[in-house]
Ligand binder design. Sequence first.
Ligand code: TYD
Length: 137
Amino acid sequence: MANLDKCHIIDLPKITDSRGNLTYIEAYRHIPFDIRRVYYLYDVPGGAERGGHAHKALHQLIVAISGSFDIHLDDGGRKKTIHLNRSYNGLYVCPMIWREIDNFSSGAVCMVIASDFYDEEDYYRDYGIFLDDAKRL
Ligand code: TYD
């Protein structure tokens, strides 16, 4: 299966309640990897873009905890854009996907659950080098 086709929306459990809804995420049960790190983007100024890189081995789940944004995915062969705007939806992103995130709404919070600790060695930050390696897969 092409890497782009492995990236998909995962419907997370949602416990609806008149006091407010609750969503939870369990490693392997709801997402196909173990959880080693969580980080989030917030206070994103209007018009800003994040991402602009790919990972060699990292698996991620991206959730619009609050607000909305667009995620542009590119596996070196094909591209697609996904709009995330639900706290109970997560976008699974497999390794070897170049991603850019933009169109953040005011107050948006982008939470990322990752399969490993932060490691700069796992990044492609040069699109040309990423493309060369992606085409060799
Ligand atoms: P980066 O991954 O480029 O951010 P984004 O993809 O969201 O635009 O990371 C931005 C900076 O933060 C970079 O200097 C690395 C650092 N960083 C950490 O130290 N730990 C982390 O877990 C992450 C995700 C980034």
